[in-house]
Design a protein around this ligand. Sequence first.
Ligand SMILES: Nc1nc2c(ncn2[C@@H]2O[C@H](COP(=O)(O)OP(=O)(O)OP(=O)(O)O)[C@@H](O)[C@H]2O)c(=O)[nH]1
Ligand SMILES: [Mg+2]
Length: 79
Amino acid sequence: MGLQNAKASWVKRTNIVMLGLDSAGKSTLLYRLRYKDVFLTLPTIGFNVDMIEAGKDFTLTFWDVGGFLSSTLKELSAF
Ligand SMILES: Nc1nc2c(ncn2[C@@H]2O[C@H](COP(=O)(O)OP(=O)(O)OP(=O)(O)O)[C@@H](O)[C@H]2O)c(=O)[nH]1
Ligand SMILES: [Mg+2]
């Protein structure tokens, strides 16, 4: 148990936020990277979170933000 926790502390984690207009292809890109396949998608309500193990001790966490929320965040960042 202690050994597992010690190992986990070595894992490098990076967060990637995907922002873009409605239907830009954010979720399609994420599913392509995650599952190596193309899926039929629905507009994302809010956001999706998915994790990809890019290497033995390296994980990427993708925050796939829906177009509507992306636009709202962009507007807010202008203030
Ligand atoms: N031709 C083409 N269509 C794409 C591509 N990427 C995505 N699409 C299509 O564009 C549409 C929207 O894709 P999504 O991945 O749902 O777009 P999104 O950016 O996640 O949209 P929201 O969740 O609404 O923000 C879907 O019908 C996809 O099949 C691409 O590279 N080429
Ligand atoms: Mg989406």
